[in-house]
Design a protein around this ligand. Structure first.
Ligand code: PBG
Length: 345
């Protein structure tokens, strides 16, 4: 039986403590683990988690990523095996990023039917696993300049040329078996362009998770090491949003809803808690939050130094995103969280 657990066996006698009448004592419901569990407002479940993965060329290739301990680049064969393991843990979905054999100006391999991500999706589909497969739909891992769209003659990222590329990438990902495509390039009109292309190609059932509110964040650093996608020149501030802007984020989300998004994604997660909460209020679509590479790396680095408890910090931050209103959390710690939840049950 669980009763109140004292902080220590017995304290010293406290003299002169006069009785105090308080109408409300919130500590009553915090007395025991059982009471706390009963009144807990948000709960995590493995089925609401999505694990991002980096798929690289080759066979039986497994490469660690310096800034992201516990995360690896995997070739399609090992990626499929890892997805099967995640399904076994009850994780809700996987989000695949691809690293091409060769990069070029247009990011050609991103839409290649024999590209690494497409190969991985085919292998995963063949396993008939009970989880959702999501494709990151972007160009930056595939372009030699590292930007999320083709560079025009004026040296700027060409929005409308990017739309055609993103549309064909999404179609190739759907053809390979992705249940959901997640456009992350922050090009204007990308959701509409992808929706139209999917429908025209006969993929009317492929859903779109729109990276609707994506800030130009400093927390993507480790990802760029993992995906080799640091821009060769300039930065992403002409297409990703200024982190100072919240109303603009709501406009981005509204546009994506209008263009046909099925789910909205806020990114990065912890710095975007206000946007998650506002999105939950305003829209009735599923809202996802992305605990990005830098958020993961911060916790991992502090934990490695003994400065923070990795498990508690991970559960607290992911839990905060759910409390703010996210029904889906994309996190590199998905497998660990699923194991912790299993062990706690
Ligand atoms: C691709 C993309 C990025 C991330 C997700 N999709 C990189 C970027 O925008 O620079 C970052 C994810 C992470 O940091 O975990 N555009």
């Amino acid at each position: 039986m669980t009763t109140a657990i004292p902080i220590r066996a017995a304290g010293p006698r406290i003299p002169d403590a006069p009785p105090v009448r308080l109408p409300t004592r919130l500590r009553r419901l915090r007395r025991s683990p059982a009471l706390r569990a009963l009144v807990r407002e948000t709960r995590l479940h493995p089925s609401m988690l999505v694990a991002p993965m980096f798929v690289c060329p080759g066979v039986e290739v497994r490469e660690s990523i310096g800034a992201m301990p516990g995360v690896e680049r995997l070739s399609p064969d090992l990626a499929a095996a890892e997805v099967a393991a995640l399904a076994g843990l009850g994780v809700g979905g996987v989000l695949l990023f691809g690293l091409p054999v060769a990069k070029d100006a247009l990011g050609t391999e991103a839409s290649a039917d024999d590209g690494v991500v497409q190969d991985a999706f085919r292998r995963i589909r063949a396993l008939e696993l009970p989880l959702v497969t999501i494709a990151d739909t972007c160009l930056c891992e595939y372009t030699d300049h590292g930007h999320c769209g083709p560079i025009g003659p004026d040296g700027r990222v060409d929005n409308d040329a990017a739309l055609a590329r993103l549309a064909s990438i999404a179609v190739s990902q759907a053809r390979a078996g992705a249940d959901v495509v997640a456009p992350s390039a922050m090009m204007d009109g990308q959701v509409a362009a992808i929706r139209a292309a999917l429908d025209a190609a006969g993929f009317g059932d492929t859903a779109i998770m729109a990276y609707a509110a994506k800030h130009a964040s400093a927390f993507y650093g480790p990802f760029r090491e993992a995906a080799g996608s640091t821009p060769a020149f300039g930065d992403r501030r002409s297409y990703q949003m200024d982190p100072a802007n919240g109303r603009e984020a709501m406009r981005e989300m509204q546009l994506d809803v209008t263009e046909g998004a099925d789910m909205l994604l806020v990114k990065p997660g912890l710095p975007g808690l206000d946007l998650i909460a506002a999105a939950r209020e305003r829209f009735d679509l599923p809202i996802a939050a992305y605990q990005v590479s830098g958020e993961y790396a911060m916790i991992a680095a502090a934990a490695a130094n003994g400065w923070i408890d990795r498990r508690a910090a991970t559960l607290e931050t992911v839990g905060a995103m759910v409390r703010a209103g996210a029904g889906i959390v994309i996190t590199y710690a998905a497998a660990d969280i699923a194991r912790w939840l299993r062990d706690m049950a």
